[in-house]
Design a protein around this ligand. Structure first.
Ligand code: SME
Length: 178
């Protein structure tokens, strides 16, 4: 599938996500559209920027979505949607640094209860951070913040892990400066 600006997309439609089935459909459509957006485009900055915008404008109840790129042992802010955010997060610090260091997705139902949570936006109440892997290593993270406590469930986790896999090659290239 190629990207067609005239086609209805998950981010241009008003989509109900009341049921688990609706949520799976939303993620499936978003994954297809993200694949179409980056298909044939080699510029990693363009692709990662579009990924942040597509996710932010599709999934409901979010106040921030973006990527951090792992450079050495520091996560450095990459393309995002939302308010300006913390630029550098050491590996192992905060939710993002914890996910990157462990290589495991971290779902935080209540950020106030997560020791070491780094507050970049006072509206954030819950958070989902997915490590982005490429060639067997972590190259960055996908971070989603919500103003709603317990916003993220297992379907969000699986859906965002699939999105992270789709954009991983672009994240790796962007990190390497190519
Ligand atoms: N809360 C994150 C920091 C990044 S912002 O949410 C955009 C953390 O604890 O790592």
């Amino acid at each position: 599938m190629v990207h067609d600006p005239a086609r209805a997309t998950p981010w241009s439609d008003t989509t109900s996500t009341e049921s688990a089935a609706d949520k799976r459909t939303l993620y499936r459509d978003l994954q297809q559209e993200l694949a179409a957006l980056i298909d044939g485009e080699s510029d990693p900055l363009a692709n990662v920027a579009n990924a942040a915008a597509a996710i932010y404008h599709t999934l409901p109840a979010l106040n921030w979505v973006g990527f951090y790129l792992l450079r050495g042992d520091i996560l450095v802010l990459g393309p995002f949607q939302g308010r300006p955010a913390c630029v550098r997060i050491p590996l192992g610090r905060g939710v993002c640094g914890t996910a990157a260091a462990s290589g495991q997705t971290v779902v935080v139902a209540d950020v106030a209860a997560f020791p070491g949570h780094i507050s970049c936006d006072s509206r954030s109440r819950s958070e989902l951070v997915v490590p982005v892997r490429w060639n067997g290593g972590v190259v960055g993270v996908l971070d989603l913040d919500s103003p709603v406590t317990s916003r993220f469930d297992a379907a969000d986790r699986a859906g965002c892990e699939a999105l992270a896999a789709l954009i991983a090659g672009s994240i790796a290239n962007l990190r390497d400066g190519s």
